[in-house]
Design a protein around this ligand. Structure first.
Ligand SMILES: Nc1ncnc2c1ncn2[C@@H]1O[C@H](COP(=O)(O)OP(=O)(O)O)[C@@H](O)[C@H]1O
Ligand SMILES: N[C@@H](CCC(=O)OP(=O)(O)O)C(=O)O
Length: 365
């Protein structure tokens, strides 16, 4: 067993830039010092840093209003360079090398590229080089965007088997309501389970530079919990807070790991893969896969949408079109269409080990 403790630290644009949209050097400097101390304490940290778009806009003096996607991407191409230049300068003062990793959703949705990214991250971590990750904003568009770095940080944490995810933002944790709208909202120190009532507390971003607000942080914490790790959402105002968190002290909001952790293959299917087709199933099959933990058989498949080869990830929906699960099919779309019209309907379409329920997380492994 490897003797490392890995953590992912995500810092948002609102914590990295000042009011003019310029990089906040003193904040970044404090962050680099805190991360260097973690390395000395035996941690293998990964930094997921936002701020490319905000820093690019600030540097170029462009207004945030009415930006087209190509303009946003152009700003990110400038800002990403500035971010890395500053990180390089500050981390080298702490005697740390850094490596840049820019990812799109498609990189992690392709199993081979996913494993390649993991291999690269492992080499960097094993050689004490700090990986600095961001979305590849200059090429990512609509359906191949993570859209927010909160989700990306949780996926990276699962990818490298981290034990802790720290999300630093401009507020000191999750409140019982959006503090901008509800002045009586109170900080929630510990969340055991991210259920509907918790999701309802969270609103969107509170700053002009942030993306997703508390909603995407909860989505990230939920992915992390199902991947077996703890998430702490805390204020990035004083980045030395990451040492307090690493030492196990209670600050911000701590989201506990789920009692039912997904195996790594199922994590990939649930959170990283992109479905290439859809299987519409009947009520009996819904019961079989969500409650009885059984494999999906052809007998329960009513309709096949899309054209996909054997071994593809597909989305499994009920008769109302609600997605219940994702899984890897042992049959192509063409063969499935032939089979569901014929008597050999007992054939297995998705084996239990390759099937993961999205909605019924409490009942379905
Ligand atoms: N229930 C809530 N608790 C705390 N913050 C919330 C809540 N709902 C919405 N928010 C907003 O989420 C913001 C943090 O997210 P965001 O602006 O995306 O920052 P970042 O750039 O760090 O990702 C807070 O400033 C706050 O206005
Ligand atoms: N990838 C984008 C950041 C996207 C994002 O999630 O932003 P934030 O809410 O500030 O963490 C960038 O570097 O500008």
């Amino acid at each position: 067993m490897e003797n490392y403790k890995r953590m992912v630290i995500k810092i948002g644009s609102s914590s990295l830039t000042d009011r003019q949209g310029l990089l906040d050097e003193s904040r970044m400097s404090a962050l680099t010092k805190a991360i260097a101390k973690l390395v000395q304490e035996g941690w293998q940290p990964i930094l997921v840093s936002s701020g490319a778009v905000a820093a690019g806009l600030g540097h170029l003096g462009w207004s945030r209003a009415h930006l087209t996607m190509p303009e946003r991407q152009a700003a990110a191409s400038v800002g990403q360079g500035l971010l890395m230049e500053k990180y390089n300068e500050l981390f080298s003062k702490q005697h740390l090398h850094v490596g840049q990793i820019l990812l799109t959703k498609e990189d992690l949705a392709d199993r081979k590229r996913y494993l390649n990214a993991r291999n690269t991250l492992n080499v960097l971590l094993d050689r004490e080089i700090l990986p600095i990750v961001n979305e590849n904003d200059t090429v990512a568009f609509a359906e191949i965007r993570f859209g927010d770095n909160d989700t990306l940080s949780a996926l990276v944490a699962g990818l490298v088997d981290a034990e802790l995810l720290i999300i630093l933002t401009d507020i000191d944790g999750l409140y019982s309501g959006d503090p901008r709208k509800d002045p009586t909202a109170e900080l929630i120190p510990v969340v055991q389970q991210i259920d509907e009532s918790i999701l309802q507390t969270a609103g969107g971003s509170g700053s002009p530079v942030g993306t997703g607000g508390m909603r995407t942080k909860l989505a990230a914490a939920r992915i992390a919990a199902r991947s077996g790790l703890r998430t702490v959402v805390a204020s990035g105002q004083d980045p030395s807070i990451i040492q307090t968190i690493a030492a196990g002290e209670q600050v911000g909001t701590s989201f506990e790991p789920s009692a039912k952790v997904l195996k790594s293959r199922k994590q990939w299917i649930a959170f990283n893969s992109i479905a290439r087709g859809t299987l519409l199933i009947d009520q009996g099959a819904v019961q079989a896969i969500t409650t009885d933990n059984k494999s999906l058989l052809a007998v329960g498949v009513k309709q096949v949408k899309g054209n996909f080869p054997t071994g593809s990830v597909v989305s499994v929906v009920d008769e109302k079109g609600t997605e219940l699960a994702k899984g890897i099919t042992s049959l192509s779309a063409a063969d499935l269409r032939l089979i569901i019209d014929k008597p050999r309907r007992g054939l297995e379409v998705i084996n239990r080990d390759w099937l993961v329920c999205e909605r019924s997380w409490l009942t379905c492994q």
